[in-house]
Every structure is written in structure tokens, then in C-alpha cells.
Design a protein. Structure first.
Lengths: 326, 324
């Protein structure tokens, strides 16, 4: 059989497959007969492609067949999008264990808190380094702190609280994700984390300067949500550092292989950090702005810290029978 | 011949579960940049529409509800901002609106569709690809003086350099997620090229019956015939010469036979004509050197279009422009 004849004979099949590719879309139910027909046509096209050399098909036709088979292949084969049923186990079992033994998270914990505390200490005593807080935070943030906390809490309407909760999710979780994602290049992520730690520390220090008007309001505001939020930042930065270390310590894999492996491993950690950011945002939106007695907010903060300790230490502590990865 | 290392090879081969290997073309950085631009526009449009809807709600139901729904919008903006690409690629089989418009699709390295984790990872790590940030107001103080508000610009340099270094044009996000972006367009099937010159079948019969066209020669022939319609006559001669000259010697045809016509005839014989046709055989048996009353002149330039030799009037003489 000559090529021209062969092409004419196969053309209806290929055109039909091409048209069916347009119909097979995710989430669309097709009659069983159509799907069977699709599969049969796809396999026939595969066979034609495999024998293209033997048939001496012209290169243009071969290119067409490659595209046709590719299109049908992506229509026919699908990956499972998410395994939702695995998520609870990942978040409650795997992540704490992974974090507990993770040197990168520990290193970031130490780095973050040492910068935070020293920055707060310097900013709280303007005599040591005059203008430190202003240099680190910028004038805009300082003015914002001054204006937000000069009045007692509890003046905000409930609707404004909903809006601010949305804002906190967008803003804070965004910072966490940026810390994490840019850490793949190591330096930008580190810089971002150091900058955030210094700025946060400076704002704490600045608000506790002697004679600061809004000091009491500030602490009444931040106490309740601080545990979740600060932990989430440390967690995102630590997960980011783990990815960055994937370039360096490959444990015998290729650099790219190691990067891919750490990438897949750290995503659940980042997921739990995002959950913490969202929890913190809800507390920040619906608890922190109210003029509750300090003891209530202190209790909430203690409860949150207790939950975090339970999560990372009790759930994360390596038990016999399961080996934590170091 | 160009240095092998200087050439770009943007095809990848994928083996299907049916054990068939097929090829994809990998999408280059600039096609993908356009897709990203379209996606940014879609995202911006969605945000704008949301804010317009909010203003509408405010005018109907009062300011309080507007403030509250602003919170919802901010959450939607957060999801759009960080997970727009991930959500589309998850639920739309590796495509975003921009990718669909540019005819590209994300696949995992093995050629299978991507899963949710890969979609989230590759879109999250785009933030690293868009680095470094440049603050134009600091580079050009005149902008600051003019008072035009200017957000820091993403240069995309990290992504571009990574893609240029990788043979499969993967950016950082693709490297971490183990994905590639391929061209996945619909293409149209072209049949065998028609050879319209009426002399072609005649010349085809003069080709010895036992001559076997190899696979690579068949490919070269079909590529030549598919493209020759875009060539000028001089260019056809130039291209066809490399194959036709030695073939003429092998076939024992006169050296001034039109090179272009010979390749067309060989193409016709290989791809279109049926060798088993009884009439052909009969014609050949009757008179190997004549058909339809035209005597072939072995010595002369009857089938002539070699450079400089043109004999008008002979049915096999190619003149400028009749070979199409």
C-alpha cells in the first residue's frame, strides 16, 4: 500500500481522535461508548506512530502524529490531584516528627530569636544606638505603630475585624511564603528572614521604650496571637533553609534530585505553617483587638504555646518503631 | 556543519504505557513569558471585578457589609496571588488561561499529567524565579522626583538564566517540582504533497524498478517535495542537485535531466504511484525508453534542465517555473 493511500485510509480515524480530544475534559462525564472509542482510536494512533518508519510516512505526518498522540495521552492519563485523606496524617503525624529532628528549623529558631531579642534590646534603649528602631523599621511603620496604639483597644467595629483578619492572612502568610520560596536561592531567603526578625524585634523594643504612649495597648494587642505567628515565621524560614540545604547536602543524590526530594518533603511543613498563619490571623482579627483583661489574653497565649509544644514535642518526639529523619 | 553543542534541541521523548515513544517540543522561555503575562492580566481582571462587585454591594447594602466583604476579598486575593497557577494547573490538567492561549501545558518529567503537589510547588517557587527585584526609583532619581508611584520591578533574571542553562528549559520551580512545560497544540494533518507536473509520472517510470528508496532518502524526498513550493527555481536546483546528480548517474539518465523533476518523480514513485500497477509494468515492458509516442533520446538533452542546457519543445524539458 502506498503512503498516499494509507494516509487517506487513516485520516478519518485521526480526525475523529483529534475531535474527541477536544471533548474529553476534566470533570466532564462522557458516555462509556465514547471513552472506549477514544481509547481504541488512541491505541490505533500509537500503533501508526510506532510503525511510521516502516510505512515511510512523510516527516510532516509523523510530526502530526506525535502531537496527536501527545494530546490524546494527556487526555487519557491523569494523576491524582491531591490525596486529601493523607492530609490529617501528614499534618498531625509526619510534620511534627520531621520538624522535631530538623536541624534547619532548629538553626532558624536560634537565628530568628537571637536577632529578634537583640534587636528588641537595642531598640528599647535609644541611648545605645540612637535611631536604631527608625533605621530598621522605616519611618512609615513607626508612625503606623504610633497611630494604631495611641488609643485604647476595642474601638474597632466587628466588620472591620473581619476585614483585618483577611488582611492578616494575606499579609502574614504571604511573608511566610516569600521567606520559604526565596530560600531556594539561600541568600534571599536568609536576608528576608533576618530582616523580618530585626524589624519585628525593633517594633517590640520601640514600643517598650520608656515613656512610650501606646506601650500597654501594643502588648495587649500582640500577646494573644504572637505564639502562632512567630512560630509560623520560624517554621517557614526553617523549611526554606532545608530546601536551600538541599543544594549543599545532597546525601548522595544529584543536586537536582536532592532539591526535588527536599522540595516534596518540606511542602507539608510549609502547609502547617500556613495553617498557623491562618489561626494567628483569626486570633489577631477577633481576639486581639478587643479590650479584654490582660489575663484572658495571657491565658490564650499560654494555651496556644501549650498546643504548639504538644504539637512539636509530644507528637514529634521520636518513638521506638518510627525513626525520625535528622 | 554547526558545532553540535551550539544547536538547540527542544524535543523530548516520552514513552507511553503502550510502550510507544512520542515526542514533545519543550516550550521556550519567551512563549512562556507571554503566557505568564496573560495570566497576570486575567488575575488583575478578576481582582478588579471583585472590587467593582464590592463597590456595588456597598451601594446596595451599606458600608458595614462592604468593609466585612473586603476581608473576604483580601483572602481571595491571597489565594489568587499565591495559588492562581497552582489551582488552574491542578484542575485544568496542567494549563492556566495563559498557557491555554499559548498552546502550552505543564507535564511531569515522565510525561504524565502533574499532580497537585507539583502544581503548588512549581507555582510557589516562581517567586524565586522572578528575582531579583529592582527599585527603579533608586536607580533613576528622576522618577522619584517626578512623583510617579513605582512599585519594585521583578527582573525574572534567575528564571531566565536557569531556563537557558537547562536543556529542557526548566526554571527553578520546575526543577524543584520535577515538571516540564511542553508545546501542546492542535496541528492539522496534511496529506501527501501533490505533484502536479504532468511529466512527473512519465519520468517516474524511467527510474529502474529495482531501485530501492531507503528510509532516510524517503524522508529527504518528502521534506524536499513538501517545501519546494516555497523555493525559487534557482534554489530548487541548488537543493536538489546534491541528491539528483548522483541518482542520475545511477539510473543512467542523461545528466541534464531536471534535478527538481527527478526528485519529484522519485517522490511520486515512492509515495503515490502504485508499483504493482499492471499498466505501468506493461508500458515499461513494451518500450523502456518511450511512452505516449515520445521517443527518449539517450544522447541528447531532451530531458534537460541542467544548468545551461535547455531544449524547448521536448515534453520533459523543464523551463523556469513549470516545475510546480
Amino acid at each position: 500500500m502506498k503512503v498516499a493511500e494509507f494516509l487517506e485510509k487513516r485520516r478519518p480515524n485521526w480526525t475523529e481522535l483529534d475531535n474527541l480530544c477536544g471533548q474529553v475534559q476534566p470533570g466532564k462525564k462522557l458516555p462509556a461508548a465514547t471513552i472506549t472509542r477514544f481509547a481504541a482510536l488512541y491505541r490505533a494512533a500509537c500503533a501508526d506512530l510506532a510503525l511510521a518508519d516502516a510505512y515511510q510516512l512523510p516527516p510532516i505526518t509523523i510530526r502530526y502524529l506525535h502531537r496527536l498522540v501527545g494530546r490524546a495521552h494527556t487526555c487519557l492519563y491523569r494523576s491524582r490531584i491531591f490525596r486529601y485523606s493523607d492530609w490529617p496524617r501528614l499534618l498531625l503525624h509526619d510534620v511534627p516528627k520531621q520538624v522535631f529532628g530538623d536541624r534547619c528549623v532548629q538553626a532558624m529558631f536560634v537565628l530568628f530569636w537571637s536577632i529578634f531579642i537583640s534587636s528588641a534590646a537595642i531598640a528599647a534603649n535609644p541611648k545605645i544606638w540612637p535611631g536604631f528602631a527608625e533605621t530598621v523599621m522605616g519611618t512609615a511603620m513607626m508612625e503606623q505603630l504610633d497611630s494604631s496604639f495611641s488609643e485604647p483597644l476595642g474601638r474597632r467595629s466587628f466588620e472591620a475585624n473581619i476585614m483585618m483578619a483577611g488582611f492578616y492572612i494575606q499579609h502574614n502568610a504571604g511573608i511566610g511564603l516569600i521567606c520559604f520560596a526565596t530560600s531556594v536561592l539561600i541568600i534571599p531567603g536568609m536576608l528576608e528572614t533576618i530582616f523580618q526578625a530585626a524589624a519585628l524585634g525593633a517594633s517590640f523594643g520601640y514600643m517598650s521604650q520608656p515613656g512610650q504612649v501606646g506601650s500597654a495597648n501594643f502588648y495587649a494587642f500582640v500577646t494573644a496571637h504572637a505564639p502562632f505567628e512567630l512560630t509560623a515565621i520560624v517554621l517557614s524560614a526553617g523549611a526554606g533553609l532545608r530546601i536551600g540545604m538541599g543544594w549543599i547536602c545532597t546525601h548522595g543524590l544529584t543536586r537536582l534530585g536532592s532539591l526535588r526530594k527536599t522540595g516534596a518533603e518540606t511542602m507539608p511543613i510549609m502547609g502547617s505553617a500556613v495553617v498557623m498563619f491562618i489561626l494567628a490571623a483569626f486570633i489577631e482579627g477577633f481576639v486581639s483587638p478587643f479590650a479584654l483583661p490582660f489575663i484572658v489574653k495571657g491565658t490564650i497565649a499560654t494555651l496556644c504555646s501549650g498546643m504548639l509544644l504538644f504539637y512539636f514535642v509530644v507528637l514529634g518526639f521520636p518513638r521506638s518503631g518510627s525513626r525520625a529523619t535528622g | 556543519m554547526a558545532d553540535q553543542h551550539l544547536q538547540i534541541d527542544s524535543t523530548i521523548e516520552i514513552v507511553t504505557p503502550e510502550n510507544i515513544a512520542f515526542r514533545y517540543r519543550v516550550a521556550g522561555p519567551f512563549r512562556r513569558l507571554v503566557a505568564l503575562g496573560i495570566d497576570y492580566m486575567v488575575r488583575g481582571t478578576i481582582s478588579t471585578l471583585l472590587y467593582i462587585a464590592i463597590a456595588f454591594v456597598a451601594s446596595l447594602l451599606g458600608r458595614q457589609l462592604m468593609v466585612a466583604s473586603l476581608g473576604v476579598i483580601l483572602v481571595i486575593e491571597f489565594v489568587l496571588g499565591y495559588f492562581y497557577g497552582a489551582l488552574f494547573e491542578c484542575f485544568w490538567n496542567g494549563r492556566t488561561p495563559g498557557k491555554a492561549a499559548m498552546g502550552i501545558r505543564t507535564l511531569s518529567l515522565t510525561g504524565r499529567p502533574i499532580n497537585g503537589m507539583q502544581a503548588v510547588v512549581r507555582n510557589l517557587f516562581r517567586m524565586a524565579d522572578t528575582l531579583p527585584l529592582i527599585n527603579l526609583t533608586q536607580v533613576y532619581p528622576t522618577i522619584e522626583a517626578s512623583g510617579i508611584p513605582m512599585a519594585p520591578l521583578n527582573l525574572f533574571a534567575v528564571g531566565l538564566v536557569t531556563m537557558a542553562l537547562d536543556s529542557r528549559h526548566r526554571r527553578i520551580g520546575d526543577l524543584v517540582a520535577g515538571t516540564i512545560v511542553v508545546v501542546d497544540e492542535r496541528s492539522w494533518l496534511a496529506g501527501a504533497s501533490r505533484v502536479e507536473d504532468p511529466r512527473t509520472p512519465h519520468l517516474a517510470e524511467l527510474i529502474p524498478a529495482d531501485f530501492l528508496v531507503t528510509r532516510s532518502m524517503a524522508q529527504a524526498l518528502s521534506m524536499y517535495v513538501d517545501r519546494r513550493k516555497y523555493f525559487s527555481d534557482a534554489r530548487r536546483r541548488e537543493v536538489a542537485r546534491h541528491l539528483a546528480e548522483p541518482l542520475l548517474r545511477v539510473f543512467g539518465l542523461p545528466a541534464d535531466t531536471s534535478w527538481d523533476l527527478l526528485l519529484c518523480a522519485l517522490y511520486y514513485r515512492t509515495f503515490i504511484a502504485d508499483r504493482g500497477d499492471a499498466a505501468h509494468r506493461q508500458a515499461r515492458d513494451e518500450s523502456p525508453f518511450s511512452f505516449r509516442g515520445v521517443q527518449w533520446q539517450p544522447s541528447g538533452a531532451a530531458i534537460g534542465m541542467g544548468p545551461g542546457s535547455q531544449v524547448p519543445g521536448s515534453p520533459l524539458t523543464g523551463s523556469q517555473g513549470t516545475g510546480r
